[in-house]
Design a protein around this ligand. Sequence first.
Ligand code: ADP
Ligand code: NI
Length: 218
Amino acid sequence: MEQTEQLQKVRQFSYQKMSRDETGHNFDHIERVVKMAKRILKEEQTDQLITLSAAYLHDVADDKLVDDPKALEQEIRKFLGGIDFTNDQIDEVLYITHNLGFSKSLSKNPPKLSLAGQVVQDSDRLDAIGAIGITRAIYYGGVNHETIYDPNIKPRQNMTKQEYRNLDNETIINHFHEKLLKLTAMMNTKTAKKIADGRQQYMRDFLQQFSDEWNCRQ
Ligand code: ADP
Ligand code: NI
């Protein structure tokens, strides 16, 4: 099967799985991640089919989103096999989708990603910062009944993977300090770093304005 056709089918599969999600992982997130991955691929020489397939599939078997991620990984495996991916290609795509998450990066031995994996990780992280990142955080916080802000709940620093996953008492503003503001320094590729810098400044300005308004300084 031609690569363009394979990618069309992967896109369709992802659309079926993601279009009803209500946690900010809607299909529009997936489309932006793929678009960003294409942009970064203009600067980084790596496998396009693996990168874009992993971008389309990166949230399909997320253990935060589905009850049985292993079953979904099996479904993805079968699906990719059916559109002529080799076993090695399937393993690589699934390794990326399994290991690119933020909490994995907090573990003692963070998983090493191939360049293709790094491109997908950067693209996913760029969509968590800047104006879109701010909107997604507020949306997610709303869906999950988080408090907007509480000056008595301090942001937690240097969390382990487990601590991050079991966070209770989360506020939307704390999420910026606990995750979003850290992402820029964690970008892998030069292209992503450059884009992240502008988005980082935008988030800082937002948080400053938020704090000024909260304290009636403005
Ligand atoms: P992804 O892996 O696609 O970056 P996540 O599952 O970590 O996404 O989260 C989806 C979106 O919701 C992201 O933009 C993320 O920053 C935001 N988000 C995740 N957890 C929280 C939280 N506790 N409070 C507010 N926003 C959150
Ligand atoms: Ni994502």
